[in-house]
Design a protein around this ligand. Structure first.
Ligand code: KG4
Ligand code: ZN
Length: 335
């Protein structure tokens, strides 16, 4: 089965074609830059940019894949969670193409897409596994029993890890999107200079990152040198990575799972990737990541997740997008 994936949940337009026999055939991502001057995503501008981009990108994708529309068997689009207007754009285009081309369409859960993104790699994890899902909107530790069976073992009670990166970057005067800029600045800094808080690390699997941003705000004053800023960035990054590692190790221990998947935008962070690899070697668990470009939002993960569900004869009856959508509501897929 050959599936077109469309991702428009936030500020990345992603399209891809996944084939259940041959794997990923082609993919394209466009990262919107219109938000830079506002220091964050402006939902209405995001929707308008998706409208401009999706159809030309699908045309270009089909050319790149050397395929005609009638060689596609289904369409998967992100139906939530995300910005409602942005989701509507992808959904309306997917549904229209599905009617025009007479193939089924299916709304996919964005976070299921992230969770399954490592399946696009040649060495993919097998079920069951533990997943650390770290994005701009979510920080969750999930026991993935099989496709569609997701037990949330822990999550952030306030800011998500990516949100903490973005807000702290803003406090440091870095441009949007903050996470990658902060990580870049941190490479020049001393992570031991500032001892920043790691809330809730002593017990449990929940996270709290909002205090960390406040602690950074207290360190910031008008006369900071570039080195001071780099040291704050490195100390902040170390505090987040330490917290994520401590909680993840605890969850692996409690579940006796030996396979770990790290997914979502913060999964692109090199310090986190390196630390988890080292921990895996010491503690005998295997770590799987998506390739860097599939950590952040992309159409390939949506095409993959949609394909698994379409293969199971799932498809949309009606048409609904959801700004909020708990992963626990998804149905189990036997593959
Ligand atoms: O998964 P994603 O693309 O979108 C959501 O579903 O939220 O994640 C975006 C988040 C942003 O908060 C961004 O700052 C963060 O991932 N991010 C990073 C890095 N690259 C992206 N955070 C830390 N280090 C990075 N290298
Ligand atoms: Zn995402």
């Amino acid at each position: 089965m050959r599936v077109l994936g469309i991702e428009t949940s936030c500020d990345e337009t992603g399209v891809a074609i996944y084939d259940s026999e041959c794997g990923l055939i082609a993919h394209q991502t466009f990262s919107q830059t219109t938000h830079v001057e506002y220091g964050g995503v402006v939902p209405e501008l995001a929707s308008r940019d998706h409208i401009r981009k999706v159809i030309p990108m699908i045309d270009s994708l089909l050319k790149q894949a050397k395929l005609q529309a009638n060689e596609l068997d289904g369409i998967a689009y992100t139906a939530g969670p995300g910005l409602i207007g942005a989701l509507m754009v992808g959904a309306v285009i997917a549904k229209s193409l599905s009617f025009a081309w007479n193939i089924p369409a299916l709304g996919v859960h964005h976070m299921e897409g992230h969770l399954l993104a490592p399946m696009l790699e040649t060495t993919a994890p097998s079920f069951p596994f533990l997943a650390l899902l770290v994005s701009g909107g979510h920080t969750q530790i999930i026991h993935v029993k099989q496709l569609g069976s997701y037990d949330i073992l822990g999550e952030s009670i306030d800011d998500a890890a990516g949100e903490a990166f973005d807000k702290t970057a803003k406090i440091l005067g870095l441009p949007y999107p903050g996470g990658p800029h902060l990580a870049q600045l941190a490479t020049q800094g001393d992570a031991n200079r500032f001892d920043l808080p790691k809330p809730m690390i002593d017990k449990g699997l929940n996270f709290s990152f909002s205090g960390l941003k406040t602690a950074v705000a207290r360190l910031v004053h008008a006369n900071l040198t570039q080195q001071d800023k780099a040291d704050i960035a490195a100390s902040f990054e170390a505090a987040v990575v330490d917290t994520l590692c401590i909680k993840t190790l605890r969850a692996l221990h409690e579940t006796s799972l030996t396979t770990l998947v790290i997914a979502g935008g913060v999964g692109a962070n090199q310090v986190l990737r390196q630390r988890m690899r080292e921990l895996g070697q010491k503690n005998n668990f295997q770590v799987f990541y998506p390739r860097l470009e599939f950590c952040t939002d992309n159409g390939a993960m949506i095409a993959y997740a949609g394909c698994q569900r379409l293969l199971n004869n799932q498809h949309d009856e009606g048409f609904e997008v959801r700004a909020r959508w708990p992963l626990s509501e998804l149905s189990i897929v036997r593959v």
